[in-house]
Design a protein around this ligand. Structure first.
Ligand SMILES: *Cc1c(COP(=O)(O)O)cnc(C)c1O
Length: 401
């Protein structure tokens, strides 16, 4: 048995089969990872948009090392030095109000939903309208917020207080409004659903509608936030200001962390006793997050996202005219997908075999979420691997006919 087989066998014996993982990865550096058998991969998934500054960025590693030897955790019964510094950084780059810290995207969305309910309660409002094809997490409330049957199936009865509307269709949101509606929750760019950006007119219209109806506009920035689109947060590409946002994935560079940031108006809705998280905002996770923000700014990564995103999109569009299996290319910044006319799950393992890590998004899209500090060399290499893989696949498809 080689090393990978041994680990896979152990995993299958003792870890619940909620995923069907790929190779056993043992080491990462920048845009590259290596498996237990020494094979290297170009990582255009970045741990699902978590490693926005790449694997083991020295600044992040050093910050974690230093903090780990000093103070890792104190609980929120005590102040810690890093949490308010991070809150200030996140606030200044988003909505200007206060933060709540937790540990994951689902928890951050759960906090948004609780915030909306607590805010709406005096007026008898509690319903949250979410979009079909959205993704907000796997806890009971957030899987109910997620507008996809496959995520909800088997877990009924689902919590009450959710309604669904069509993404990019303002009339459909209007139709879902009731006098119980407290908020609309939306991803500016749908991630798991297929890398589908909101239309600018829809986002503007939604903001106006929420203001007019006196309900909250909430943005799930878990995947499209932290620089992914070339803006700090996805909503900023639309020139609208939501009332509160949820973030997670990339905040702390690979340390688990989630957060909510609100506008100043909503900053004091949660009072002592309303919400909590033992691990929320530990000195260790906050140290990592502070380092991530420092790297994004010192290395001018938002600019790099725009440049590399444009290059990647151009190159993918060239491939799309070369291969009939690609129907279109869509996305924003370094949150990009090719949409296929075949199931995306047929292509994604082939890319992995050729040394390129990606992921499906929806049924038909392959998404690319590389670290934000990729170079043009990385982009060209990824496109080259894609080109070769598609050529091979196209040939197989043609001979099958
Ligand atoms: C990944 C994701 C979540 C869930 O985050 P977890 O950390 O897995 O709970 C929620 N919303 C969006 C948009 C996501 O991409």
């Amino acid at each position: 048995m080689n090393k990978s087989d041994e680990i896979i066998a152990l995993h299958k014996q003792y870890v619940m089969p909620t995923y069907s993982p790929g190779p056993v990865l043992v080491r990462g550096e920048g845009t590259r990872v290596w498996d237990a058998d020494g094979k290297s991969y170009l990582d255009f998934l970045a741990g699902i948009s978590v490693l926005n500054v790449g694997h083991c960025h020295p600044t992040v590693v050093e910050a974690i090392r230093k903090q780990a030897g000093k103070l890792m955790h104190v609980s929120n019964l005590y102040y810690n030095e890093n949490q308010p510094r991070l809150a200030e950084m996140l606030s200044a780059r988003s909505l200007g109000g206060k933060c709540f810290f937790c540990n994951s995207g689902a928890e951050a969305n759960e906090a948004l939903i609780k915030l909306a309910r607590l805010w709406g309660q005096p007026q008898g409002k509690y319903e949250v309208i979410t979009m079909k094809n959205s993704f907000h997490g796997r806890t009971l409330a957030t899987l109910t917020a997620t507008g996809q049957d496959k995520v909800q199936k088997g877990f009924e009865p689902l919590p009450q207080g959710f309604a669904y509307a069509e993404f990019n269709d303002l009339d459909s949101i209007k139709a879902a409004l009731t006098d119980k509606t407290a908020a609309v929750l939306i991803e500016a760019i749908q991630g798991e659903g297929g890398i589908i950006p909101a239309d600018p007119a829809f986002m503007k219209g939604l903001r106006e509608l929420c203001t007019e109806k006196k309900i909250l506009m909430l943005c799930d920035e878990v995947q499209c936030g932290m620089g992914r689109t070339g803006h700090w947060f996805g909503f900023q590409a639309y020139d609208v200001v939501p009332d509160a946002i949820a973030m997670a994935k990339a905040i702390a560079g690979g340390m688990p962390m989630g957060a909510v940031v609100a506008t100043p108006e909503l900053s004091d809705v949660f009072q002592p006793g309303h919400h909590a998280s033992t691990f929320g905002g530990t000195p260790l996770a906050c140290a990592a997050a502070l380092a991530v923000i420092q790297v994004i700014e010192e290395e001018n990564l938002l600019h790099n996202v725009s440049e590399m995103g444009a290059l990647l999109k151009t190159k993918l569009e060239q491939l799309s005219s070369k291969y009939k299996v690609i129907e279109s290319v869509r996305g924003m910044g370094l949150m990009v997908a090719i949409v296929l006319n075949k199931p995306a799950k047929d292509l994604y393992p082939r890319l992995m075999k050729h040394g390129l890590l990606t992921l499906t998004a929806g049924e038909k899209a392959i998404r690319f979420l590389p670290p934000l500090n990729i170079t043009s060399g990385d982009v060209l290499e990824a496109v080259h691997i894609l080109d070769e893989t598609l050529a091979e696949w196209q040939k197989e498809l043609d001979t099958k006919k």
